[in-house]
Each structure stands twice: as structure tokens, then as C-alpha cells.
Design a protein around this ligand. Structure first.
Ligand SMILES: NC(=O)C1=CN([C@@H]2O[C@H](COP(=O)(O)OP(=O)(O)OC[C@H]3O[C@@H](n4cnc5c(N)ncnc54)[C@H](OP(=O)(O)O)[C@@H]3O)[C@@H](O)[C@H]2O)C=CC1
Ligand SMILES: CC(=O)[C@@H](O)[C@H](O)COP(=O)(O)O
Ligand SMILES: [Mn+2]
Length: 382
């Protein structure tokens, strides 16, 4: 049985992972689950999967959950320390990092230091900590299997091929809910409109990121670190059907693509079962129903976040942390109705301009830059 820790079990990725586990209880054992505020769902999950540990963010929720679960042996932990404790626990083999945001950084590093297999959905962690994570991986037996659909696709397309024969990788982007629109048309779009992704059913934050194309910006940086590939060899193409999850072009002109239905259970299951393959828990792809696969160039002028992502990635050092922290804060403000959709790239641009890059990164410095960036944005919008 594979022993699994799910960080962020109440979210879109977390609940889909538990759906897989529910149907394959003889294959997987849940050791730990975690949530931020959704203690109702976490209670249900704990009672169903009987993990050794659950983790919540706030002490008051920990006490509440302890009372609810006092007839069980489940230990209730709290905060980032709780996440670090479970992600590095002796009994855990695989850590599925499906929290949203750079809060995943410390628990992911703890898991690497404890030699765990990481099923990585939480892209923000790779964006801000890519350099440190690579160094930690070199000292450890841990390895990362990407869950993000594009990176999972690239990982599969790279199997058995020499890395030095890769000409470029091509990330596909759906284009999001506002594909084809111009800036004027985006001025008054609402959070409700922005979270309506045309192809995927995801958490609110990543859905807004898809709408601004920041999701693709984060994915470009994620790909740079995961596959050791320079930014000028990472391209993005808009592919509205989201059937091709990404591609690798080799120097001989061959292009390998990974196709599949738009269901995250497939990459999640791939990561949990790696290196084996097992029967799909979703429908299989029916190409005659897809009928057409189309491709378009990215509109970098309207969707400036992708341009900012390449810029931050190429500058390197602390700049991707600023890009990510500014985006996390701006998306929160947008979802709370405090700023407009087009303010998101403006606030990120201002934060990057205001930042003096440093290159000797540490976890503490990253977290300090995160705090300062969030404060700067809140000053700006006062
Ligand atoms: N959803 C998808 O299809 C895809 C997601 N990803 C990536 O996977 C990650 C998760 O995305 P998704 O599942 O959509 O997100 P959701 O918002 O649906 O879920 C996020 C999870 O993290 C928890 N969480 C939120 N904030 C905190 C915090 N401050 N501390 C601890 N836990 C927290 C949530 O708890 P609670 O429920 O209590 O709020 C929830 O369990 C993201 O990094 C995203 O970019 C990548 C590819 C596809
Ligand atoms: C499912 C997944 O991996 C998401 O990151 C998805 O790719 C979002 O779609 P966009 O291509 O619109 O960003
Ligand atoms: Mn993706």
C-alpha cells in the first residue's frame, strides 16, 4: 500500500485525489490530510479515511476538530509546523502538495529533506523556491513527479529521451474565459466571470490566474526548474480545446505530445502510481468527439501577466517571488471586489519595479520578500 499525505485535501486537487483513493482503498493508505478553513469537509474526510494526522491553519480550528474527533485516535495539528511535521513523517511515502499558494514552500522542503516522493500540484512553491528546491533535491533521495497537467505531460513526453536533444518545450494554454477579448472588454469583468474556466473545474485562485494568463507565467517558471530548461526554449501556444496537455520538440523535428481528457484525476493518478501505469478512473479520450484541435498565438499585449512571468523568470533570484506574492495578493483583492481585473498586472508590474533583486536566496529571505511585497500592494491600493 502506498502511504500518502495530502496537503490541501479539501481543495479541487485534494478532493479529486481522495476520489481516486476511495475507489482504490486496497492500494493507498492516507496518513495525513490538511485544510485551511473548511473544517466541515476535513471532519468528513478524517472520519472516512481515518488518517493518523490532520492539520489546520488556526489554533481555534484545531481545538474545534479535536473535540469533534475525540472518539478517534486522529491527532490534530496546526499551522505550517504541522504541515512540515506530516510532510516529513516517517510513515509517509508520497506527499501530494495541493495547497494553494507559496504557503507550500516549507512543507515541501521538509518533505524533500525527509526523502519523500513529491506529487507536485502546488506550482507557486516551485516558482518562488525552485533554486533552493533543486539544491535540496541534490542532497536527498526525494524526487518530484509533476501533477500540473502541462508538466505532467512534458514529464511523460521526456521519458527515455536525452534531455540534450530537446529543442524546446511547448506549453499549451486554453486562453482562459477571456480568450479573444481586448483590454477595453476586460475593464469591468467580475470575479464570477473570471473564475468560469472554459475547460477545467479548479479552485478560485488558479481560475483567476488562468483568466489573466498568470497561470501560464507560473507554469513557464515551474517548467524552467522542473526540466532544467532555459526560458528561450519554453514556448506557449493557445490551444482552446485543452486536449493536448503540452509538447516537447526534439532537435530532429519530432514533436511528442501528451493528450487526454480534461480531468485532473489522470495526472494525479499518474503521480500516485508512478512508475507504474494503471487503469484510468475517468472516461477515455474519444478523438472523434473532439473533432478539431486548433492553435493560436498568445496575445501578450492584452494578457501582460505572461510577459511579466518571462521577465521575472529571466531576471531570476528573488524576482519570481515578487511576481508570485504580488499576484497572490492582487488575486485575493480582486476576488474580494477591492480592485478591478486589469489592476492585477498593474500591481504586479509596480511591485517588480519597486524591488531590488537579490540572488543569495534562503527560505527566510523568500518569506520576508513575500511579506514586504504584500504590504507594498496594500499600501498602493489605500
Ligand atoms: N485545481 C486544479 O485543477 C489544478 C491546480 N493546480 C495547483 O494546485 C494547487 C491547489 O489548487 P486547487 O486545488 O485548485 O486549490 P483550492 O483552492 O481548490 O484548494 C486549496 C487547498 O489548500 C488549502 N489552503 C488554502 N489556503 C491555505 C493556507 N493558507 N494554508 C494551508 N492550506 C491552505 C485549502 O483549504 P480550505 O478548503 O480549507 O480553504 C484547500 O484544501 C494550486 O497551487 C494550483 O495552482 C495545478 C494544476 C491544476
Ligand atoms: C489543469 C491545469 O493544469 C491548469 O493549470 C490548466 O492548465 C489551466 O488552464 P489554462 O491553460 O487556461 O491556464
Ligand atoms: Mn496547468
Amino acid at each position: 500500500m502506498k502511504k500518502i499525505c495530502i496537503l490541501g485535501s479539501t481543495g479541487s486537487i485534494g478532493t479529486q485525489a481522495l476520489d481516486i483513493i476511495r475507489k482504490n482503498k486496497e492500494k493507498y493508505k492516507v496518513i495525513a490530510l490538511s485544510a485551511n478553513n473548511n473544517i466541515e469537509l476535513l471532519t468528513e474526510q478524517a472520519l472516512e479515511f481515518n488518517p493518523k494526522f490532520i492539520v489546520v491553519t488556526e489554533e481555534k480550528n484545531r481545538k474545534n476538530l479535536k473535540d469533534r474527533l475525540n472518539h478517534t485516535n486522529i491527532e490534530v495539528l496546526c499551522g505550517v509546523e504541522g504541515l512540515e511535521m506530516v510532510s516529513s513523517h516517517d510513515e509517509v511515502e508520497i506527499v501530494l502538495t495541493s495547497v494553494v499558494g507559496m504557503i507550500g514552500l516549507k512543507p515541501t522542503i521538509a518533505a524533500i529533506r525527509a526523502n519523500k516522493t513529491i506529487a507536485l500540484a502546488n506550482k507557486e512553491t516551485m516558482v518562488v523556491g525552485g533554486e533552493i528546491i533543486k539544491k535540496e533535491l541534490k542532497k536527498s533521495k526525494s524526487f518530484i513527479i509533476p501533477v500540473d497537467s502541462e508538466h505532467n505531460a512534458i514529464f511523460q513526453c521526456l521519458q527515455n529521451n536525452e534531455k540534450n536533444t530537446v529543442r524546446r518545450i511547448i506549453l499549451t494554454a486554453s486562453g482562459g474565459p477571456f480568450r479573444g477579448k481586448n483590454k477595453m472588454e476586460l475593464k469591468n469583468v467580475t470575479p464570477e466571470m473570471a473564475v468560469k474556466h472554459p475547460r477545467w473545474n479548479m479552485g478560485k485562485k488558479i481560475s483567476v490566474d488562468s483568466a489573466t494568463l498568470m497561470n501560464k507565467a507560473l507554469e513557464v517558471i515551474e517548467a524552467h526548474w522542473l526540466f532544467d530548461i532555459e526560458y528561450d526554449k519554453i514556448d506557449v501556444v493557445v490551444h482552446p480545446q485543452s486536449v493536448i496537455h503540452s509538447m516537447v520538440e526534439y532537435i530532429d523535428g519530432s514533436v511528442m505530445a501528451q493528450l487526454g481528457v480534461t480531468d485532473m484525476k489522470n495526472p494525479i493518478k499518474f503521480a500516485l502510481d508512478y512508475p507504474k501505469r494503471s487503469y484510468s478512473v475517468t472516461e477515455y479520450l474519444n478523438l472523434t468527439k473532439v473533432s478539431q484541435l486548433t492553435f493560436e498565438e498568445v496575445d501578450f499585449e492584452t494578457f501582460e501577466c505572461l510577459k511579466l512571468g518571462y521577465e521575472a523568470g529571466k531576471i531570476g533570484g528573488s524576482m519570481p517571488t515578487v511576481l508570485n506574492a504580488a499576484n497572490e495578493e492582487a488575486v485575493k483583492l480582486f476576488l474580494d471586489g477591492k480592485i478591478g481585473f486589469l489592476d492585477i498586472p498593474e500591481l504586479i508590474k509596480a511591485s517588480m519595479k519597486n524591488h531590488n533583486v537579490i540572488y543569495d536566496l534562503s527560505i527566510d529571505k523568500i518569506l520576508d520578500i513575500e511579506n514586504k511585497t504584500r504590504q507594498y500592494i496594500n499600501e498602493l491600493i489605500k
